[in-house]
Design a protein around this ligand. Structure first.
Ligand code: HEM
Length: 280
């Protein structure tokens, strides 16, 4: 029987297919996980720095799974199960936010003591972060350049760049439910950045006014705002943490540092959902 066979939904079949773990450590592959922290300096703070980044990457891995699930639900107009996933996404985003509390214990001198060990390594090169941004609708083809050296990652990023984002799928759903979304938006070039428009704002406003009729769309809108809100908080905490640790010095990834991060602060993933707050 294949791993993806028809009876996979039963726990028993999954155990049969993958084999039962003999211990906690084996099940979680702790040997690999706990040997993946390899500081390159003798500075004790570097371990914390590595752990915080690795934990963030693990949370992003889960976010990508959950987002793929949400996208699937929106595509087939079955929002109920997506709300459970949105709730989990919200919990993961809170965990990502709490990571900054740990990093805030790093002083400029602590960081300077191992900064050279990083070389040119930077979160800027996180392909999972870029995938998340593409799936959420922040499309920027220039960001592919960083990953040219890795064919598998490049291919995954290119697919995400060209595919409709969560917001594109949400707008398609609004259209299927009778809300007026122009064809030019429904069949736009998905690899291009999204451009906000008045008809989309009007459609979302109508959803809020029709909440009693289309409660699930109203709930979807609020989940999207929640996700965007927490994403913005993450960016904001990142910027302030970076500022308190390296000031306005350039980053290891080669950007201006805080000035680069500040640009992203203005970014809204679902812009019309913010705009219509002015009209309520
Ligand atoms: C001492 C802690 C940190 C410092 C000083 C720092 C610094 C920076 C700087 C200066 C940039 C701009 C790109 C560059 O020139 O390098 C950046 C980007 C980035 N960092 Fe951090 N960072 C820190 C912690 C983290 C953590 C814990 C994460 C979690 C994964 C992270 C993820 C990212 C991501 C995803 C970007 C790209 C953002 C974008 O392109 O919009 N950073 N970081």
């Amino acid at each position: 029987m294949s791993r993806h066979g028809s009876s996979e939904s039963t726990g028993a079949s999954v155990q049969w297919e993958l084999g039962t773990a003999h211990s906690y450590g084996e099940y979680l592959q702790l040997d690999r996980l706990l040997n993946a922290q390899q500081p390159r300096s003798r500075q004790p703070d570097e371990l914390m720095f590595i752990v915080v980044h690795q934990v963030a990457e693990l949370w992003m891995r889960l976010l990508l799974e959950e987002l793929a699930g949400v996208l699937e639900c929106v595509r087939r107009d079955d929002l109920g199960p997506s709300f459970k996933r949105f709730a989990r996404i919200c919990g993961v985003q809170s965990q990502l936010l709490s990571g900054w509390e740990v990093l805030a214990s790093l002083t400029p001198a602590d960081y300077a003591a191992f900064r050279n060990a990083l070389g040119r390594a930077s979160g800027f090169q996180s392909h999972q972060y870029r995938l998340l941004e593409f799936q959420l609708g922040n499309k920027n083809a220039q960001m592919l350049a960083v990953h040219r050296g890795d064919r598998a990652v490049s291919a995954r990023l290119e697919r995400a760049l060209r595919a409709p984002s969560l917001y594109d799928e949400a707008l398609r759903l609004l259209s299927r439910r009778g809300y007026g979304i122009p064809d030019s938006i429904l069949s736009r070039e998905f690899s291009e950045p999204y451009v906000p428009s008045k008809p989309v704002a009007a459609a979302w406003l109508a959803v809020y006014h029709n909440a009693h009729k289309d409660w699930d769309l109203y709930q979807l809108a609020e989940h999207l705002i929640d996700l965007d809100y927490r994403f913005q908080l993450w960016r904001c905490h990142h910027l302030k943490t970076v500022e308190r640790i390296i000031g306005h010095k350039p980053g290891t990834g080669g950007t201006g540092g805080v000035s680069y991060l500040a640009e992203a602060l203005r970014l809204q993933l679902f812009p019309e959902l913010w705009q219509i707050r002015n009209a309520m």
